[in-house]
Ligand binder design. Structure first.
Ligand SMILES: [Zn+2]
Length: 392
């Protein structure tokens, strides 16, 4: 019996990892060990027995970025390969850089050619290194995608049909572009009507899926919230009633403040003009003001980078804006862990506790005192029990 039990435990590969501290998503364990068996955590607490020494670091749960565009590669601006079935191959670096930021799960909100579904499945099959992906296929829009795909919807019936098509293709979540605004374009004119948004929400929920509605401006945000979206992306200048309704309905706000910082910082690469940069900076200021209002009103936040092109590797900078908007570092970290998991309806990620996936980031410094420990000093990452970023 003893021998059998011993063999069983070594077959599972139980391993212990020793940290200076563990922030488990709710509280701090000083000088603690995390026990991992296979893909999962089995225990957190006092160390006993041999452990991997990571005592230079604090452990936090692997983070969740709820707004990426993993398949957006710069090659699509310079070569046809970026618009073909080569996209998952070209986007491998985006997935790897995301892991290096301590992000072990993403919600990917809009891709052409179902390249997101291919990436998700390649990662799950162990054929590509990357975070767990929850993907949306085509985002519903009132403008035809290029290359053309099944994304265009006019009227509630067509909207519901396109939602069902994404689900049938393998989407985990639905994305709808409820206003203009993208890249250097910071206009936020509502595109879909309230009735169309409601049809999308209802069709997504009928299929057992959640929906994210994009709105740069306040009108689309108001209708998305009234229609009962599960998360609201971007939105500036929201009126008090909409902010209050976000809080009341417990809808997640994903302000994606940092992606416009990325665009402004990379204006030369992206061929944006000085005027474009002025517009981006003006939008950032309004986005931050709106986030401050939402923090005060008790709205739930989740961390979304809206990363595209070369922004991967900076996925978590958004948390620095959350702190500027009035959150404590711990509240910001919760937005990137427990809240992300809740928005994805996953109870098996976003925390360090027995039973969940062993998704862990080791950071240098105290992330509860200085958010930059988590956003700039990730030194080791584990995903599903496998070390994906070695300690440096
Ligand atoms: Zn986006």
């Amino acid at each position: 019996m003893w021998a059998a039990a011993f063999l069983a435990s070594s077959a599972h590969g139980a391993a212990s990892y020793h940290f200076a501290a563990v922030w488990d998503g709710a509280k701090v364990w000083k000088d603690a060990c995390i026990i991992v068996e296979g893909e999962r955590i089995t225990a957190v607490g006092q160390c006993s027995g041999p452990s991997t020494d990571l005592t230079r670091y604090t452990a936090i749960p692997g983070m969740v970025d709820v707004h990426t565009h993993m398949t957006y590669v710069l090659a699509n601006r310079v070569s046809r390969a970026g618009r073909t079935s080569a996209v998952p191959y070209l986007a491998q670096g985006n997935a790897r850089k995301t892991l290096e930021t301590g992000v072990t799960t993403v919600r990917d909100l809009g891709a052409a050619g179902y390249a997101d579904i291919a990436m998700r499945d390649l990662i799950n099959l162990g054929q590509m290194a990357g975070p767990r992906m929850f993907v949306s296929g085509y985002g519903l829009s009132q403008r035809r995608d290029r290359p053309a795909g099944p994304n265009l919807a006019h009227g509630p019936e067509e909207v519901a049909k396109i939602v069902r098509e994404q689900v049938a293709a393998g989407a985990d979540v639905i994305k709808m572009y409820g206003s203009t605004g993208s890249g250097k374009d910071v206009t936020g004119n509502e595109t879909f009507t309230f009735e169309e948004m409601k049809a999308a929400v209802d069709a997504a929920h009928a299929a057992g899926k959640r929906i994210a509605i994009h709105s740069y401006g306040p009108a689309g945000a108001r209708d998305a919230v009234r229609a009962g979206t599960d998360s609201l992306e971007h939105a500036t200048d929201m009126d008090d009633e909409t902010v209050a309704e976000l809080a009341r309905k417990k809808i997640f706000y994903v302000p994606t403040i940092d992606h416009n910082r990325y665009y402004a910082d990379n204006a030369v690469l992206l061929r944006y003009t000085a005027d474009d940069v002025k517009g981006l900076n003006d939008y950032i200021a309004r986005n931050l003001e709106t986030a401050k209002k939402a923090v005060k009103a008790g709205v739930k936040f989740a961390m979304g980078s809206d990363a595209v092109y070369t922004m991967f590797g900076e996925n978590t900078r958004e948390l620095e804006w959350f702190v500027k908007a009035g959150m404590s570092p711990e509240e910001a970290l919760r937005a990137a862990t427990a809240n992300g998991a809740e928005l994805l309806a996953r109870k098996d990620i976003g925390a360090i506790r027995a039973g969940v996936f062993a998704d862990i980031a080791a950071v240098e410094g105290d992330p509860l005192a200085d958010i930059q420990a988590a956003t700039r000093r990730v030194r080791w990452v584990m995903k599903g029990g496998a070390v994906v970023v070695e300690a440096k």
